[in-house]
Design a protein around this ligand. Structure first.
Ligand SMILES: Cc1cc2nc3c(=O)[nH]c(=O)nc-3n(C[C@H](O)[C@H](O)[C@H](O)COP(=O)(O)OP(=O)(O)OC[C@H]3O[C@@H](n4cnc5c(N)ncnc54)[C@H](O)[C@@H]3O)c2cc1C
Length: 401
Protein backbone atom coordinates (compact mmCIF):
# COMPACT_ATOMS: atom_id res chain seq x y z
CA UNK A 1 0.00 0.00 0.00
CA UNK A 2 1.39 3.42 -0.85
CA UNK A 3 0.15 5.71 1.90
CA UNK A 4 -3.02 7.01 0.25
CA UNK A 5 -5.63 8.34 2.69
CA UNK A 6 -8.61 9.38 0.56
CA UNK A 7 -9.52 7.96 -2.85
CA UNK A 8 -12.18 9.45 -5.12
CA UNK A 9 -13.76 7.45 -7.92
CA UNK A 10 -15.58 9.48 -10.58
CA UNK A 11 -18.21 7.57 -12.57
CA UNK A 12 -20.63 5.35 -10.61
CA UNK A 13 -21.25 2.56 -13.06
CA UNK A 14 -19.52 -0.74 -13.78
CA UNK A 15 -15.87 0.35 -13.73
CA UNK A 16 -16.45 2.83 -10.88
CA UNK A 17 -18.32 0.46 -8.56
CA UNK A 18 -15.94 -2.43 -9.23
CA UNK A 19 -13.01 -0.08 -8.49
CA UNK A 20 -14.54 0.75 -5.11
CA UNK A 21 -15.03 -2.96 -4.38
CA UNK A 22 -11.48 -3.86 -5.43
CA UNK A 23 -10.07 -0.99 -3.36
CA UNK A 24 -11.75 -2.37 -0.24
CA UNK A 25 -10.81 -5.94 -1.14
CA UNK A 26 -7.19 -4.75 -1.27
CA UNK A 27 -7.63 -3.74 2.44
CA UNK A 28 -7.45 0.00 1.81
CA UNK A 29 -8.84 1.42 5.05
CA UNK A 30 -8.84 5.13 4.22
CA UNK A 31 -11.75 7.26 3.00
CA UNK A 32 -13.50 6.43 -0.23
CA UNK A 33 -15.91 8.58 -2.30
CA UNK A 34 -17.91 7.46 -5.34
CA UNK A 35 -19.25 10.27 -7.53
CA UNK A 36 -21.85 9.63 -10.24
CA UNK A 37 -23.89 11.89 -12.47
CA UNK A 38 -26.87 9.53 -12.66
CA UNK A 39 -29.25 9.44 -9.71
CA UNK A 40 -29.49 5.63 -9.79
CA UNK A 41 -27.23 3.31 -7.87
CA UNK A 42 -24.83 1.52 -10.25
CA UNK A 43 -26.77 -0.74 -12.61
CA UNK A 44 -25.95 -3.07 -15.45
CA UNK A 45 -26.24 -1.71 -19.01
CA UNK A 46 -26.26 -4.84 -21.24
CA UNK A 47 -29.90 -5.75 -20.38
CA UNK A 48 -31.06 -2.24 -21.37
CA UNK A 49 -31.08 -3.06 -25.09
CA UNK A 50 -32.37 -6.59 -24.53
CA UNK A 51 -34.55 -7.65 -21.56
CA UNK A 52 -35.49 -4.10 -20.47
CA UNK A 53 -36.71 -3.08 -23.93
CA UNK A 54 -38.64 -6.30 -24.25
CA UNK A 55 -40.25 -5.69 -20.85
CA UNK A 56 -38.64 -8.78 -19.29
CA UNK A 57 -36.54 -7.00 -16.64
CA UNK A 58 -37.06 -3.91 -14.57
CA UNK A 59 -34.78 -1.65 -12.55
CA UNK A 60 -34.47 -3.97 -9.53
CA UNK A 61 -33.01 -6.77 -11.63
CA UNK A 62 -30.22 -4.52 -12.89
CA UNK A 63 -28.43 -3.66 -9.65
CA UNK A 64 -24.70 -4.20 -10.01
CA UNK A 65 -24.31 -4.69 -6.28
CA UNK A 66 -26.65 -6.91 -4.30
CA UNK A 67 -24.80 -6.60 -0.97
CA UNK A 68 -25.06 -3.46 1.16
CA UNK A 69 -23.15 -0.31 0.31
CA UNK A 70 -22.57 0.31 4.02
CA UNK A 71 -20.06 -2.52 4.22
CA UNK A 72 -17.99 -0.77 1.52
CA UNK A 73 -17.72 2.30 3.74
CA UNK A 74 -18.05 4.53 0.72
CA UNK A 75 -19.46 8.06 0.61
CA UNK A 76 -21.93 8.06 -2.28
CA UNK A 77 -22.43 11.26 -4.26
CA UNK A 78 -25.08 10.22 -6.76
CA UNK A 79 -26.94 12.57 -9.09
CA UNK A 80 -23.86 14.82 -8.96
CA UNK A 81 -21.75 15.54 -11.99
CA UNK A 82 -18.05 16.16 -11.55
CA UNK A 83 -17.68 19.51 -13.24
CA UNK A 84 -13.93 19.92 -13.24
CA UNK A 85 -10.71 18.60 -11.82
CA UNK A 86 -7.87 20.48 -10.17
CA UNK A 87 -5.23 17.79 -10.37
CA UNK A 88 -2.58 19.98 -8.74
CA UNK A 89 -4.69 20.56 -5.63
CA UNK A 90 -6.18 17.04 -5.68
CA UNK A 91 -9.76 18.30 -5.88
CA UNK A 92 -12.87 17.38 -7.86
CA UNK A 93 -15.42 20.17 -8.18
CA UNK A 94 -19.00 18.91 -8.30
CA UNK A 95 -21.83 20.68 -10.10
CA UNK A 96 -23.43 21.33 -6.71
CA UNK A 97 -20.41 23.44 -5.75
CA UNK A 98 -19.03 20.83 -3.35
CA UNK A 99 -15.30 20.20 -3.55
CA UNK A 100 -14.16 16.60 -3.04
CA UNK A 101 -10.50 16.30 -2.14
CA UNK A 102 -8.46 13.18 -2.77
CA UNK A 103 -4.92 11.89 -2.89
CA UNK A 104 -5.80 9.01 -5.23
CA UNK A 105 -8.27 9.24 -8.13
CA UNK A 106 -9.92 6.68 -10.41
CA UNK A 107 -11.49 8.12 -13.57
CA UNK A 108 -14.34 5.86 -14.72
CA UNK A 109 -16.67 8.23 -16.56
CA UNK A 110 -17.37 5.89 -19.48
CA UNK A 111 -18.92 7.17 -22.67
CA UNK A 112 -21.80 9.29 -23.93
CA UNK A 113 -23.81 8.81 -27.10
CA UNK A 114 -22.75 10.52 -30.28
CA UNK A 115 -25.22 12.61 -32.24
CA UNK A 116 -25.53 12.85 -36.01
CA UNK A 117 -24.39 16.13 -37.53
CA UNK A 118 -27.43 18.46 -37.73
CA UNK A 119 -29.54 16.07 -35.67
CA UNK A 120 -32.79 17.95 -34.95
CA UNK A 121 -34.48 17.80 -31.57
CA UNK A 122 -37.76 16.24 -32.62
CA UNK A 123 -40.05 14.22 -30.41
CA UNK A 124 -39.73 10.53 -31.13
CA UNK A 125 -35.93 10.53 -31.55
CA UNK A 126 -34.28 8.31 -28.96
CA UNK A 127 -30.81 7.20 -27.94
CA UNK A 128 -29.84 4.37 -25.59
CA UNK A 129 -27.11 4.61 -23.01
CA UNK A 130 -28.75 5.00 -19.62
CA UNK A 131 -31.56 3.36 -17.67
CA UNK A 132 -33.65 6.51 -18.13
CA UNK A 133 -33.09 6.29 -21.91
CA UNK A 134 -34.20 2.64 -21.85
CA UNK A 135 -37.32 3.30 -19.79
CA UNK A 136 -38.33 6.16 -22.09
CA UNK A 137 -37.72 4.01 -25.17
CA UNK A 138 -39.60 1.06 -23.70
CA UNK A 139 -42.62 3.26 -22.96
CA UNK A 140 -42.51 4.63 -26.50
CA UNK A 141 -42.32 1.11 -27.99
CA UNK A 142 -45.51 0.22 -26.14
CA UNK A 143 -47.40 2.59 -28.46
CA UNK A 144 -46.55 0.18 -31.35
CA UNK A 145 -44.63 2.64 -33.53
CA UNK A 146 -42.91 1.90 -36.85
CA UNK A 147 -39.25 1.97 -35.78
CA UNK A 148 -36.21 3.22 -37.70
CA UNK A 149 -32.86 2.34 -36.14
CA UNK A 150 -29.93 4.37 -37.40
CA UNK A 151 -26.64 2.54 -36.98
CA UNK A 152 -26.21 -1.24 -37.08
CA UNK A 153 -23.42 -1.63 -34.54
CA UNK A 154 -24.07 -3.71 -31.43
CA UNK A 155 -26.54 -1.33 -29.78
CA UNK A 156 -28.45 -0.62 -33.00
CA UNK A 157 -28.65 -4.29 -33.95
CA UNK A 158 -29.80 -5.28 -30.44
CA UNK A 159 -32.44 -2.56 -30.36
CA UNK A 160 -33.68 -3.62 -33.81
CA UNK A 161 -33.88 -7.26 -32.65
CA UNK A 162 -35.73 -6.37 -29.42
CA UNK A 163 -38.20 -4.11 -31.21
CA UNK A 164 -38.86 -6.80 -33.80
CA UNK A 165 -39.32 -9.38 -31.02
CA UNK A 166 -42.05 -7.06 -29.74
CA UNK A 167 -43.75 -7.50 -33.11
CA UNK A 168 -42.95 -4.01 -34.41
CA UNK A 169 -42.13 -2.95 -37.95
CA UNK A 170 -38.38 -2.21 -37.91
CA UNK A 171 -35.98 -0.72 -40.46
CA UNK A 172 -32.28 -0.69 -39.63
CA UNK A 173 -30.11 1.79 -41.57
CA UNK A 174 -26.33 1.47 -41.78
CA UNK A 175 -23.73 3.53 -43.63
CA UNK A 176 -21.27 0.64 -44.01
CA UNK A 177 -21.57 -2.38 -46.28
CA UNK A 178 -23.14 -4.67 -43.66
CA UNK A 179 -24.29 -4.50 -40.03
CA UNK A 180 -21.47 -4.84 -37.48
CA UNK A 181 -18.89 -4.49 -40.24
CA UNK A 182 -16.52 -2.52 -38.04
CA UNK A 183 -16.35 -5.09 -35.22
CA UNK A 184 -16.84 -8.36 -37.10
CA UNK A 185 -15.95 -7.66 -40.73
CA UNK A 186 -18.30 -7.90 -43.69
CA UNK A 187 -18.47 -11.72 -44.01
CA UNK A 188 -19.92 -12.19 -40.53
CA UNK A 189 -21.82 -8.93 -40.91
CA UNK A 190 -23.63 -10.39 -43.91
CA UNK A 191 -24.58 -13.53 -41.96
CA UNK A 192 -26.04 -11.36 -39.20
CA UNK A 193 -27.84 -9.23 -41.77
CA UNK A 194 -29.54 -12.42 -42.99
CA UNK A 195 -30.50 -13.31 -39.42
CA UNK A 196 -32.17 -9.91 -39.00
CA UNK A 197 -33.88 -10.13 -42.37
CA UNK A 198 -35.14 -13.63 -41.68
CA UNK A 199 -36.76 -12.27 -38.52
CA UNK A 200 -38.43 -9.51 -40.50
CA UNK A 201 -36.13 -6.51 -39.98
CA UNK A 202 -35.69 -4.42 -43.11
CA UNK A 203 -31.94 -3.79 -43.38
CA UNK A 204 -30.65 -0.91 -45.53
CA UNK A 205 -26.85 -0.86 -45.76
CA UNK A 206 -24.45 1.48 -47.53
CA UNK A 207 -26.82 4.38 -47.00
CA UNK A 208 -26.40 7.55 -44.98
CA UNK A 209 -29.04 9.67 -43.33
CA UNK A 210 -29.42 13.06 -45.01
CA UNK A 211 -32.25 14.56 -42.99
CA UNK A 212 -35.28 13.88 -40.86
CA UNK A 213 -38.89 14.59 -41.79
CA UNK A 214 -41.49 15.93 -39.34
CA UNK A 215 -42.38 19.26 -37.73
CA UNK A 216 -42.46 18.52 -34.02
CA UNK A 217 -42.36 14.73 -34.16
CA UNK A 218 -40.03 12.61 -36.26
CA UNK A 219 -42.02 11.12 -39.16
CA UNK A 220 -39.41 9.94 -41.63
CA UNK A 221 -35.73 9.59 -42.41
CA UNK A 222 -34.37 10.67 -45.80
CA UNK A 223 -31.37 8.73 -47.09
CA UNK A 224 -28.58 9.75 -49.44
CA UNK A 225 -29.96 7.61 -52.30
CA UNK A 226 -33.09 9.76 -52.30
CA UNK A 227 -35.24 7.15 -50.55
CA UNK A 228 -37.40 7.83 -47.50
CA UNK A 229 -38.18 5.59 -44.55
CA UNK A 230 -41.52 6.44 -42.93
CA UNK A 231 -41.53 5.84 -39.19
CA UNK A 232 -43.01 6.97 -35.87
CA UNK A 233 -39.91 6.47 -33.75
CA UNK A 234 -36.19 6.73 -34.45
CA UNK A 235 -33.36 5.25 -32.41
CA UNK A 236 -29.92 6.65 -33.10
CA UNK A 237 -27.15 4.21 -32.26
CA UNK A 238 -24.03 5.51 -33.95
CA UNK A 239 -21.59 4.94 -31.12
CA UNK A 240 -20.24 6.72 -28.07
CA UNK A 241 -17.50 9.21 -27.30
CA UNK A 242 -15.50 9.02 -24.09
CA UNK A 243 -16.83 11.32 -21.33
CA UNK A 244 -13.84 13.59 -20.83
CA UNK A 245 -15.21 17.14 -21.17
CA UNK A 246 -15.03 17.61 -17.38
CA UNK A 247 -11.26 17.08 -17.53
CA UNK A 248 -10.65 20.16 -19.72
CA UNK A 249 -7.87 22.29 -18.28
CA UNK A 250 -6.97 19.70 -15.64
CA UNK A 251 -3.66 18.70 -17.19
CA UNK A 252 -4.82 15.08 -17.61
CA UNK A 253 -3.81 14.02 -21.11
CA UNK A 254 -6.78 13.17 -23.29
CA UNK A 255 -6.59 11.46 -26.68
CA UNK A 256 -9.66 9.43 -27.67
CA UNK A 257 -10.34 9.04 -23.94
CA UNK A 258 -8.07 9.42 -20.95
CA UNK A 259 -4.58 8.64 -22.18
CA UNK A 260 -2.97 6.02 -19.92
CA UNK A 261 0.29 4.15 -20.04
CA UNK A 262 0.39 0.35 -20.11
CA UNK A 263 -0.35 0.17 -16.36
CA UNK A 264 -3.53 2.34 -16.69
CA UNK A 265 -1.81 5.27 -14.96
CA UNK A 266 -2.45 8.72 -16.42
CA UNK A 267 0.25 11.36 -16.88
CA UNK A 268 -0.61 12.76 -13.40
CA UNK A 269 0.74 10.73 -10.46
CA UNK A 270 -1.98 9.19 -8.29
CA UNK A 271 -4.59 9.23 -11.09
CA UNK A 272 -5.64 6.11 -12.98
CA UNK A 273 -8.47 5.36 -15.41
CA UNK A 274 -10.63 2.32 -16.18
CA UNK A 275 -13.47 1.21 -18.45
CA UNK A 276 -14.90 2.76 -21.60
CA UNK A 277 -13.13 6.08 -20.94
CA UNK A 278 -9.58 4.67 -20.74
CA UNK A 279 -7.23 4.55 -23.70
CA UNK A 280 -4.10 2.56 -22.92
CA UNK A 281 -1.15 0.91 -24.56
CA UNK A 282 -1.85 -2.83 -24.62
CA UNK A 283 1.53 -4.60 -24.90
CA UNK A 284 -0.12 -7.84 -26.02
CA UNK A 285 -1.23 -6.26 -29.30
CA UNK A 286 1.49 -3.58 -29.30
CA UNK A 287 -1.04 -0.83 -29.83
CA UNK A 288 -3.02 1.83 -28.02
CA UNK A 289 -6.71 0.98 -27.68
CA UNK A 290 -9.94 1.92 -25.96
CA UNK A 291 -12.49 -0.83 -25.43
CA UNK A 292 -16.22 -0.34 -24.91
CA UNK A 293 -17.20 -3.72 -23.47
CA UNK A 294 -18.38 -5.01 -20.11
CA UNK A 295 -15.58 -7.50 -19.36
CA UNK A 296 -12.93 -4.88 -20.05
CA UNK A 297 -14.51 -2.44 -17.58
CA UNK A 298 -14.33 -5.04 -14.78
CA UNK A 299 -10.83 -6.24 -15.60
CA UNK A 300 -9.51 -2.70 -15.94
CA UNK A 301 -11.08 -1.65 -12.65
CA UNK A 302 -9.17 -4.44 -10.90
CA UNK A 303 -5.95 -3.52 -12.64
CA UNK A 304 -6.26 0.27 -12.28
CA UNK A 305 -6.79 -0.18 -8.54
CA UNK A 306 -3.71 -2.39 -8.26
CA UNK A 307 -1.71 0.29 -10.10
CA UNK A 308 -3.07 3.04 -7.84
CA UNK A 309 -2.22 1.11 -4.68
CA UNK A 310 1.15 -0.23 -5.88
CA UNK A 311 4.42 0.92 -4.35
CA UNK A 312 6.42 3.22 -6.69
CA UNK A 313 7.78 1.28 -9.66
CA UNK A 314 5.76 -1.85 -8.84
CA UNK A 315 2.78 -1.31 -11.19
CA UNK A 316 2.37 -3.95 -13.89
CA UNK A 317 1.20 -3.63 -17.49
CA UNK A 318 -2.42 -4.44 -18.31
CA UNK A 319 -2.04 -7.04 -21.05
CA UNK A 320 -5.50 -8.00 -22.06
CA UNK A 321 -7.48 -9.82 -24.73
CA UNK A 322 -10.61 -7.68 -25.14
CA UNK A 323 -13.81 -9.70 -25.04
CA UNK A 324 -17.50 -9.03 -25.74
CA UNK A 325 -20.84 -10.68 -26.23
CA UNK A 326 -24.07 -9.64 -27.89
CA UNK A 327 -27.49 -11.29 -28.06
CA UNK A 328 -29.63 -10.77 -31.15
CA UNK A 329 -32.72 -12.94 -31.67
CA UNK A 330 -31.59 -16.53 -31.00
CA UNK A 331 -27.92 -15.81 -31.74
CA UNK A 332 -25.30 -15.38 -29.01
CA UNK A 333 -22.30 -13.62 -30.49
CA UNK A 334 -19.05 -13.72 -28.55
CA UNK A 335 -15.79 -12.22 -29.58
CA UNK A 336 -12.23 -11.94 -28.31
CA UNK A 337 -9.11 -10.20 -29.47
CA UNK A 338 -8.40 -7.31 -31.75
CA UNK A 339 -9.06 -8.26 -35.38
CA UNK A 340 -8.49 -5.67 -38.10
CA UNK A 341 -9.36 -5.37 -41.78
CA UNK A 342 -6.76 -7.31 -43.72
CA UNK A 343 -6.38 -10.13 -41.16
CA UNK A 344 -6.71 -13.63 -42.56
CA UNK A 345 -10.17 -14.99 -41.78
CA UNK A 346 -10.84 -18.70 -41.31
CA UNK A 347 -14.46 -19.69 -40.79
CA UNK A 348 -15.23 -23.11 -39.38
CA UNK A 349 -18.86 -24.18 -39.47
CA UNK A 350 -20.15 -26.39 -36.71
CA UNK A 351 -22.77 -28.51 -38.44
CA UNK A 352 -25.35 -27.68 -41.07
CA UNK A 353 -26.68 -24.65 -39.19
CA UNK A 354 -25.40 -21.51 -41.00
CA UNK A 355 -25.35 -19.55 -37.78
CA UNK A 356 -23.29 -21.98 -35.72
CA UNK A 357 -19.73 -21.11 -36.53
CA UNK A 358 -16.38 -19.91 -35.30
CA UNK A 359 -14.35 -17.29 -37.12
CA UNK A 360 -10.64 -17.01 -36.45
CA UNK A 361 -8.67 -13.94 -37.44
CA UNK A 362 -4.91 -14.38 -37.84
CA UNK A 363 -2.00 -12.13 -38.75
CA UNK A 364 1.32 -13.60 -39.86
CA UNK A 365 0.26 -16.97 -38.40
CA UNK A 366 -0.63 -15.52 -34.99
CA UNK A 367 -4.27 -15.61 -33.87
CA UNK A 368 -5.41 -12.07 -33.07
CA UNK A 369 -9.17 -12.55 -32.82
CA UNK A 370 -12.03 -15.01 -32.71
CA UNK A 371 -15.79 -14.69 -32.99
CA UNK A 372 -18.17 -17.49 -32.11
CA UNK A 373 -21.84 -17.68 -32.97
CA UNK A 374 -23.69 -19.92 -30.52
CA UNK A 375 -20.45 -21.62 -29.35
CA UNK A 376 -19.70 -20.24 -25.85
CA UNK A 377 -17.13 -22.70 -24.42
CA UNK A 378 -14.85 -22.55 -27.47
CA UNK A 379 -14.52 -18.79 -27.21
CA UNK A 380 -13.12 -18.96 -23.69
CA UNK A 381 -10.41 -21.36 -24.85
CA UNK A 382 -9.65 -19.24 -27.90
CA UNK A 383 -9.34 -16.15 -25.76
CA UNK A 384 -6.71 -17.88 -23.66
CA UNK A 385 -4.85 -18.93 -26.79
CA UNK A 386 -4.85 -15.34 -28.10
CA UNK A 387 -3.44 -14.23 -24.74
CA UNK A 388 -0.58 -16.70 -25.21
CA UNK A 389 0.09 -15.38 -28.73
CA UNK A 390 -0.94 -18.79 -30.12
CA UNK A 391 -1.00 -19.79 -33.76
CA UNK A 392 -3.73 -20.72 -36.22
CA UNK A 393 -3.00 -24.48 -36.00
CA UNK A 394 -3.61 -24.48 -32.25
CA UNK A 395 -6.81 -22.47 -32.73
CA UNK A 396 -8.09 -24.99 -35.27
CA UNK A 397 -7.34 -27.84 -32.84
CA UNK A 398 -9.50 -26.09 -30.22
CA UNK A 399 -12.29 -25.55 -32.74
CA UNK A 400 -12.24 -29.14 -33.99
CA UNK A 401 -11.98 -30.73 -30.51
C1 LIG B 1 -27.49 -0.55 -23.97
C2 LIG B 1 -26.14 -1.16 -23.77
C3 LIG B 1 -25.96 -2.53 -23.95
C4 LIG B 1 -24.70 -3.10 -23.79
N1 LIG B 1 -24.55 -4.44 -23.99
C5 LIG B 1 -23.33 -5.00 -23.87
C6 LIG B 1 -23.14 -6.39 -24.11
O1 LIG B 1 -24.09 -7.12 -24.43
N2 LIG B 1 -21.90 -6.89 -23.97
C7 LIG B 1 -20.81 -6.13 -23.64
O2 LIG B 1 -19.68 -6.66 -23.56
N3 LIG B 1 -20.96 -4.80 -23.38
C8 LIG B 1 -22.19 -4.23 -23.50
N4 LIG B 1 -22.35 -2.88 -23.26
C9 LIG B 1 -21.16 -2.08 -22.88
C10 LIG B 1 -20.95 -2.04 -21.38
O3 LIG B 1 -22.14 -1.84 -20.70
C11 LIG B 1 -19.95 -0.92 -21.09
O4 LIG B 1 -18.72 -1.32 -21.63
C12 LIG B 1 -19.82 -0.62 -19.61
O5 LIG B 1 -21.01 -0.09 -19.10
C13 LIG B 1 -18.68 0.37 -19.36
O6 LIG B 1 -18.66 0.71 -18.02
P1 LIG B 1 -17.99 2.06 -17.53
O7 LIG B 1 -18.20 2.08 -16.06
O8 LIG B 1 -16.62 2.17 -18.06
O9 LIG B 1 -18.80 3.23 -18.24
P2 LIG B 1 -20.33 3.62 -18.16
O10 LIG B 1 -21.16 2.41 -17.97
O11 LIG B 1 -20.57 4.50 -19.34
O12 LIG B 1 -20.45 4.50 -16.86
C14 LIG B 1 -19.88 5.75 -16.71
C15 LIG B 1 -20.66 6.48 -15.65
O13 LIG B 1 -19.99 7.71 -15.37
C16 LIG B 1 -20.95 8.74 -15.24
N5 LIG B 1 -20.30 10.01 -15.56
C17 LIG B 1 -19.90 10.46 -16.77
N6 LIG B 1 -19.33 11.69 -16.64
C18 LIG B 1 -19.41 12.00 -15.33
C19 LIG B 1 -19.01 13.14 -14.58
N7 LIG B 1 -18.39 14.18 -15.15
N8 LIG B 1 -19.26 13.13 -13.25
C20 LIG B 1 -19.87 12.07 -12.65
N9 LIG B 1 -20.26 10.98 -13.32
C21 LIG B 1 -20.03 10.94 -14.63
C22 LIG B 1 -22.02 8.35 -16.25
O14 LIG B 1 -23.23 9.01 -15.93
C23 LIG B 1 -22.07 6.84 -16.08
O15 LIG B 1 -23.00 6.47 -15.09
C24 LIG B 1 -23.59 -2.28 -23.42
C25 LIG B 1 -23.78 -0.90 -23.23
C26 LIG B 1 -25.03 -0.34 -23.41
C27 LIG B 1 -25.21 1.14 -23.24
Amino acid sequence: MNGLKRIAVVGASLAGLRSVEFIRRAKFDGELVLIGEEKHRPYDRPPLSKEVLRGEADEDRLALRRKSYEELCVELRLGQRAQSLDAGAGEVLLQSGEVVSYDGLVIATGGEVRALPNQPSLEGIHVLRTLDDALALRAALETKPRVAVIGAGFIGAEVAASARQLGLEVTMIEALETPLAQSLGTRLGRILQEVHERHGVKVLCGRRVERFGGECRAESVWLDDGSKVDCDLIVIGIGVSPSVSWLGGSGIEVEDGVRCDETLATNIPGVVAAGDVASWYNPLFEERMRVEHWTNAVEQARHAVSTLLAAPGEAKPFESVPMFWSDQFDIKIQGAGRPKPGDELTIVRRGPDEEKLIAIYSRAGRVVGAVALNQPPKLVQLRMLIGKRGGLDDALKIVES
